[in-house]
Design a protein around this ligand. Structure first.
Ligand SMILES: Nc1ncnc2c1ncn2[C@@H]1O[C@H](COP(=O)(O)OP(=O)(O)OP(=O)(O)O)[C@@H](O)[C@H]1O
Ligand SMILES: [Mg+2]
Length: 258
């Protein structure tokens, strides 16, 4: 079905079987999956399979506006998370705002697809920086086109839940860890997340993991400090339900104090 003269025939067949198996497993309709698996995605998946990065596309963890996240299994039977960005217009409109102004991506491609690829690369690089700064986040494994493969946060039963969906055992310590992560990101990784919220933090074994780094910007970005204030605000707001009070201005000052 996905025959294409640019695709290796064997792998194409294999991929088609994988996608069909995925449809059977999750009962997703073909239209939804066809939207995700456009040509560049298929080419990317083909490479991931032939390079033995993944063996099985397990099941979708999340289906969002800008992309889909799947659980995958490696040839060594380890789980990985596979985030596939859509190359559609809406994704492009949203993300171009964050790429313009980032000095790392000056010579950017003008076309839509190119920008989505760049966005994927940006998330990969941001995750690498977080890792170096010792902020808990999925370890990036590889990226190709619009596909990012990273460490899977969760177990065989399922992906780790979002912060907003759990009842914290020790909210004070989670709160201070998150503020510490924001601070490390700023001081050690030179990054501002830009979309910190209880949706973009996963809780695994009582520890918070920061995810969704695509929109993360370097602190030199013209809006970095505005984004940082918003990140701090979001986290403080969320922890109010646990009766945790904190001063936004003071935290902002401490985070930005080099
Ligand atoms: N490394 C991972 N391990 C386990 N689950 C993950 C991982 N990365 C993402 N997820 C799951 O996929 C969901 C969406 O991921 P993410 O926040 O990175 O994408 P998004 O850009 O916000 O997508 P959306 O378009 O839905 O907003 C997360 O809420 C989480 O449930
Ligand atoms: Mg998200």
């Amino acid at each position: 079905m996905y025959s294409d003269r640019f695709l290796d025939k064997k792998v194409t067949k294999r991929l088609d079987r994988e996608i069909q198996a995925l449809i059977d497993r999750v009962g997703a309709d073909r239209k939804t999956l066809d939207e995700v698996f456009d040509k560049s995605t298929l080419l990317g998946l083909e490479k991931l399979i032939s390079n033995r990065i993944i063996d099985i596309l397990d099941f979708p963890i999340s289906t969002g506006k800008e992309g889909n996240v799947f659980r995958g299994v490696t040839p060594d039977k380890e789980y990985v998370a596979i985030k596939i960005y859509r190359t559609s217009t809406s994704t492009f409109k949203h993300i171009s705002n964050y790429i313009i102004g980032d000095p790392r991506f000056q010579s950017m491609h003008k076309n839509r697809r190119g920008i989505v690829f760049l966005w994927t690369k940006k998330e990969f690089k941001n995750l690498e920086r977080l890792h170096e700064a010792k902020v808990k986040a999925p370890k990036p494994i590889t990226k190709i086109n619009n596909i990012l493969v990273m460490e899977y946060i969760g177990d065989s039963k399922g992906a780790a839940p979002m912060l907003r969906d759990v009842k914290l055992e020790n909210p004070e310590s989670t709160f201070s860890t998150l503020i510490d992560f924001i601070s490390r990101m700023y001081k050690k990784a030179n990054l501002v997340h830009g979309d910190m919220s209880a949706f973009n933090v996963l809780m695994y074994k009582n520890q918070p993991y920061i995810i969704d780094l695509g929109q993360g910007v370097l602190i030199e970005h013209p809006q970095a400090h505005e984004f940082l204030k918003r990140d701090i605000h979001n986290i403080i707001q969320f922890f109010k339900k646990y009766d945790i009070e904190a001063d936004e201005t003071e935290i902002y000052k401490n985070v930005t104090k080099k």
